[in-house]
Design a protein around this ligand. Structure first.
Ligand SMILES: [Zn+2]
Length: 619
């Protein structure tokens, strides 16, 4: 593949290896070995910089997430500047040595291949949101800043092949004092008046040891206003910004919102480079563990939208890549990096070429899969990105849309410009909101259904070397489609039950119609579940994830019972099923485990046993 990036709108192009598991701490879905061959593949795709750790909240395979995971101060300094918060990494000396060896080996390999390197960490380490608005490690405490400066100097000495650092100040187990919180140093002082000073301390320490190095700051979890206010306070010779593709998250179908454009433009005016984080391959947090999906037009359109934002100087993979297997989204990224002016038609043609006899059909398949992605309501709430872990045999309590019970400036403010439900609040969903999600889920499922019906007959024409990849793609697409349908049915059932409950004396045509549709919906739900089970049982040998392999078909007893009761006794049905439940159940769900608390961002729905993202499950 051509890799002439002279005309790339992105001077910095950052990749890294691995597909982390966001729900289960310390796990990967797929470990991708840090071999020279894999790094060279990234370079061939157009990447010129590598993040040398898989810095992902649940710490897959105990990858380093904080400086403390790879650096220890000498005993005298450690006594003078103690870290009072217990660490979240495996604290054994063997594991520390291994983490250190990994960072060294990876950064040395990158330099051998002519790639720049970045180490990514969260600071100040406060064990995520465990301490709320007034955590122990306070950025206004000079001793905390001194400790981090000393640790960075040690890090620079110990890892001479690391060029730049990328620092989160919220998340990645970092957390900040709120100006409205209990910290006596920070109370009443806005974040933009405290944070740049702390960051400058880190950046100065880093550049003291690495004169051509840079601190890329990720203003994650800050409100739009706070980010804008911080930018002019960052010295351009020390800093760059690394930012999510919109103010709320990295989302395939929602890149480059008003916030990103303003942030990049303000940064450019001030001389700061800006890297934007996006999904550059197929596997991603929005659909994991469905790792075999492809919708390369979404990738191309996202890259073009980000590149068009004035002031953006780089692009970065957000989740982790596997270049050693067929990934149409990742190949599309490579095509764009090689030729940013490439049209959609040219790109599809080039992308499909290896599929030979199936070339035209694959191009059409990707148009449909991309269309489905763009119709699906990824903007309903953060938790919709757990659709891959949701169950088709959903709970039969009412469908509910969950906000995020995580108090940060962004969750409590600007994120609501992207997510229909952002911070957790205790109101009932409006039926029109449920209908909106239902309709968009149905339309996405329709497009994906067309892609599936196109994909299955063409499998025979796909060259053998690519066939398994297409088979897996079809299998995962079927799963995604059935989950979208399960959401649609569940929302419609909830609305129908609410109407029947609110207007029990409605005249016959309306009443009969609603009961009949409710029955149809439940039957469609049961059929969808049967198809899910058949698909799982019929697809052995495709490297399935354990989550999807049932030992034998299991009846969906609750739905069978519900249908029976609907026929026999409507009032009893409405009393038993599709009920909202008491308000105190909102945000309830299963008990929060210690591991879930640690993961922080998935505090209520980490379990794969959970029955549907939108529902408060009784199981
Ligand atoms: Zn403080």
């Amino acid at each position: 593949m051509a890799t002439d990036n002279n005309h790339s709108p992105f001077q910095t192009r950052v990749g890294f290896l691995g597909n982390p598991n966001s729900a289960d701490p310390f796990k990967f879905w797929r470990v991708v070995p840090w071999t020279d061959a894999n790094l060279q593949r990234l370079k061939d795709l157009g990447f010129n910089t590598i993040q040398v750790n898989v810095a992902w909240g649940p710490r897959p395979n105990d990858e380093p997430l904080n400086l403390e995971d790879v650096v220890e101060l000498p005993p005298d300094l450690a006594a003078q500047y103690p870290q009072v918060v217990p660490l979240n990494c495996d604290p054994s000396p063997e594991r520390r040595q291994q983490r250190r060896a990994d960072v060294r080996q990876r950064s040395e390999a990158c330099h051998r291949l002519g790639l720049r390197t970045i180490f990514h960490f969260g600071a100040p380490y406060n064990n995520h949101m465990r301490y709320g608005d007034g955590p122990p490690n306070c950025i206004s405490d000079d001793k905390v800043l001194r400790r981090y400066a000393l640790m960075l100097e040690s890090f620079a000495r110990d890892f001479p092949e690391v060029d730049d650092i990328l620092v989160y100040t919220y998340d990645q187990d970092a957390w900040l004092c709120s100006e409205f919180g209990p910290c006596p140093r920070c109370l009443g002082i806005p974040l933009h008046e405290r944070l740049p000073h702390f960051l400058e301390g880190l950046a100065t320490a880093w550049q003291g040891k690495r004169p051509v190095g840079r601190l890329w700051w990720e203003p994650w979890e800050l409100s739009a206003g706070q980010v804008y206010a911080c930018i002019p306070r960052l010295r351009p010779e020390l800093f760059g910004l690394s930012v999510h593709a919109n103010v709320a998250e990295v989302m395939a179908t929602h890149p480059a919102d008003r916030w990103l454009k303003n942030t990049a433009s303000l940064a450019a005016d001030h001389g700061l480079p800006v890297i934007v984080e996006y999904w550059l391959g197929g596997p991603c947090e929005e659909q994991e563990p469905l790792l075999h999906l492809s919708h390369p037009l979404v990738t191309l359109r996202g890259l073009k939208a980000i590149a068009a934002a004035s002031g953006v100087t780089g692009i970065k993979e957000y989740y982790g890549l596997d270049p050693d297997r067929e990934d149409p989204n990742l190949r599309m990224t490579g095509l764009f990096l090689a030729n940013p002016a490439i049209t959609e038609a040219q790109a599809l043609e080039e992308l499909a070429r290896p599929y030979q006899a199936a070339e035209a059909d694959m191009a059409r398949f990707w148009q449909l899969t991309s269309h489905g992605m763009e119709l699906f309501p990824w903007d309903v709430a953060w938790y919709v990105r757990q659709i891959g872990r949701s169950r088709v045999d959903h709970a039969l309590s009412a469908a509910r849309i969950r906000g995020m019970p995580c108090r940060t400036p962004s969750w409590c403010s600007t994120r609501a410009t992207i997510f229909l439900r952002s911070y957790e609040y205790f109101t009932e969903d409006d039926p029109w909101l449920r209908e909106d999600i239902e309709l968009r889920c149905r339309m996405a499922a329709e497009a994906w259904g067309q892609a599936l019906s196109l994909g299955e007959p063409i499998l025979a024409n796909v060259p053998e070397a690519l066939r398994l990849s297409v088979e897996r793609n079809l299998l995962d697409l079927g799963r995604l489609r059935r989950r979208a349908l399960a959401y649609a049915y569940h929302f419609r059932e909830t609305n129908l039950a609410q109407m029947l409950r609110e207007y029990p004396e409605a005249p016959a045509p309306a009443h009969t119609r609603s009961v009949a549709e409710l029955r149809q919906c439940l039957q469609a739900d049961l059929e969808n579940y049967t198809l899910e089970q058949q698909a799982d049982l019929a697809a052995p040998g495709l490297g399935l994830l354990p989550l999807f392999v049932p030992a034998a078909p299991q009846p969906w007893q609750e739905a069978d019972d519900a249908l029976r009761l609907l026929d026999q006794d409507l009032p009893a049905f409405l009393e038993t099923y599709l009920n909202i439940g008491p308000v105190n159940l909102v945000g309830g769900g299963p008990a929060q485990s210690a591991q879930d608390q640690k993961a922080g961002f998935i505090p209520l729905l980490a379990s794969t046993a959970e029955k549907g993202l939108f529902s408060v499950s009784s199981r």
